[in-house]
Design a protein around this ligand. Structure first.
Ligand code: GLA
Length: 408
C-alpha cells in the first residue's frame, strides 16, 4: 500500500517544499510586502499577470454543475475555431462541481472520476496544446458553494501545489462555508501559497465585495469581485455595473475590479442589453470572461463578443477603469481615458424608449475647444471633426460606444 512504502525522492522534495513554504507563510507581514510591487503609485501583487484584464471563458453562468471534460475540450476547440481565442480569450475556466466530494487518501483534491475521468493534468495538457490556458475553481472555506466539494481553508499550500502540478493557470477562489473568518486573512493565505507553488497562476478573488476588496486585494490577487452573483437579466446586470463603478479608482494594471462574468448569449436579455453589458464591462476594465455555450453561439452573440474595437478599449495599455460621469439609472454618460490621449465613451440609455444622449467635453475631461474624430465602435464608422459635445439617439436599453481621438 502506498502509505507503508518508504518515502521516495518525489515525496521527500514535496515534504521539503512544504516545510520551506510553511516557514515563509508564517514569517508575517514582511514577506507580504516583498511580493508586492509599486505600480503607478499603488502597491500590487508581483506576478507577471498584470498587464491587462484577463479574457476567457467560464463554465458557471451557462452550465452550472453540468460539466464534463468532454464539454471543456469542446469549448476549447470552439474558442479556437470561432476565432475568439485569437482575439485574446485565452483562459478556459472550470467553475464549481469539477471535484470529487472527498480528498484522496493522501489529502489531495481530486476530480470527480465520472465527469473528469482523464484527470485535470490531462485536461490542462489538451488546453495548453491549443495555445490556451486552464483555470480552476476553489473555495476559501471548507466546502464549495454548490456541490460542496472540499475547500482549501487550512490546505492552501497543498492545494496550490496540486494546482501547479496539474498545470493550472488561473484560480477563481470563492467564499462559501468560511467559518465566519475574515476574507482578508483567508485570501492572503492562498495568495502566498500560490506564490510558492512554482507556477504563475492568475489569482481571481471571489469574496463578492464583502470586505471592500478593492482596498486590500491589489496586494493579494489579480482581480476581485465587487458584487454578488450576476444573473442573466437587465436588473442584475445594471446593479453589478453600478456597484463595480464605485471602486473605479482602485483598479489598474496589477489588479482589476470584477463585476462578475459575462451573461452575453445566455438568452435572458435582449441583444441591445447584451451590447450594453459588453460595452460597460469593457470600458470598466472588467475581466472579459464569456459565460455562454460558445459551441452553439448565435450570430448576434458572436458579433458582440468578437468586437475587436471594443475589446481594444478593455485591453488598452493605460488600464484606467472608465466610469459613470453623468446620469443615474436613466440617460448615462460613462467615459475613461485611453492611451495616446484618446477617450472612450459610452452613451447608455437605461430608459424604455429611444432618447438623445449628449456627452459634453467638460464631462469627459476634454477642453471644450478640442476637436476629435469620433469612432463608433458598434457601427464601425467615423464622424470627423467633432467639437465640444457629441449627441446620439440611443435605443431603449442600448448604448453607443465611441473612441474620441483629439486632432493635433
Ligand atoms: C458563488 C460564486 C459564483 C459561482 C458559484 C458556484 O456563488 O460567486 O460565481 O462560482 O458560487 O457554486
Amino acid at each position: 500500500m502506498a502509505h507503508s512504502k518508504p518515502a521516495g525522492p518525489v515525496q521527500l522534495s514535496f515534504l521539503l517544499f512544504f516545510l520551506m513554504a510553511t516557514v515563509e507563510m508564517h514569517r508575517g507581514s514582511s514577506s507580504s510586502s516583498e511580493r508586492t510591487v509599486e505600480m503607478r503609485g499603488r502597491k500590487v501583487l508581483e506576478n507577471d499577470l498584470v498587464i491587462s484584464p484577463p479574457m476567457g471563458w467560464n463554465s458557471w453562468n451557462h452550465f452550472k454543475c453540468d460539466i464534463t471534460e468532454k464539454l471543456i475540450m469542446e469549448t476549447a476547440d470552439a474558442m479556437v475555431s470561432t476565432g475568439l481565442a485569437s482575439l485574446g480569450y485565452q483562459y478556459i475556466n472550470l467553475d464549481d462541481c469539477w471535484g470529487a466530494f472527498n480528498r484522496d487518501s493522501r489529502g489531495n483534491l481530486q476530480p470527480n472520476s465520472s465527469t473528469f475521468p482523464s484527470g485535470i493534468k490531462a485536461l490542462a495538457d489538451y488546453v495548453h496544446a491549443k495555445g490556451l490556458k486552464l483555470g480552476i475553481y476553489g473555495d476559501a472555506g471548507n466546502r464549495t458553494c454548490t456541490l460542496r466539494i472540499p475547500g482549501s481553508l487550512g490546505n492552501e499550500l497543498r492545494d496550490a501545489r496540486t494546482f501547479a502540478l496539474w498545470g493550472i493557470d488561473y484560480l477563481k477562489y470563492d467564499n462559501c462555508n468560511n467559518l465566519g473568518k475574515s476574507p482578508k486573512k483567508r485570501y492572503k493565505k492562498m495568495g502566498k501559497a500560490l506564490k510558492y507553488a512554482g507556477r504563475n497562476i492568475f489569482f481571481s478573488i471571489c469574496e463578492w465585495g464583502r470586505e471592500h476588496p478593492a482596498t486590500w486585494a491589489p496586494m493579494v490577487g489579480n482581480s476581485w469581485r465587487t458584487t454578488d452573483d450576476i444573473h442573466d437579466d437587465w436588473d442584475s446586470m445594471t446593479d453589478c455595473a453600478d456597484q463595480n463603478d464605485k471602486w473605479a479608482s482602485f483598479a489598474g494594471p496589477g489588479g482589476w475590479n470584477d463585476p462578475d462574468m459575462l451573461e452575453v448569449g445566455n438568452g435572458g436579455m435582449k441583444t441591445e442589453e447584451y451590447r450594453s453589458h459588453f460595452s460597460i464591462w469593457s470600458l470598466s476594465k472588467a475581466p472579459l470572461i464569456i459565460g455562454c455555450d460558445v459551441r452553439n453561439m448565435s450570430h448576434e452573440t458572436f458579433e458582440i463578443l468578437s468586437n475587436a474595437e471594443v475589446i481594444a478599449v478593455n485591453q488598452d495599455k493605460l488600464g484606467i477603469q472608465g466610469k459613470k460621469v453623468k446620469g443615474s439609472r436613466d440617460l448615462e454618460v460613462w467615459s475613461g481615458l485611453l492611451s495616446d490621449e484618446k477617450v472612450a465613451i459610452v452613451l447608455w440609455n437605461r430608459l424604455s424608449s429611444p432618447k438623445p444622449i449628449t456627452a459634453y467635453w467638460s464631462d469627459i475631461g476634454l477642453h471644450p475647444s478640442t476637436i476629435v474624430d469620433a469612432r463608433d465602435l458598434w457601427t464601425h464608422s467615423t464622424i470627423s471633426s467633432v467639437k465640444g459635445q457629441l449627441t446620439a439617439i440611443v435605443n431603449a436599453h442600448d448604448c453607443k460606444m465611441y473612441v474620441l481621438t483629439p486632432l493635433k
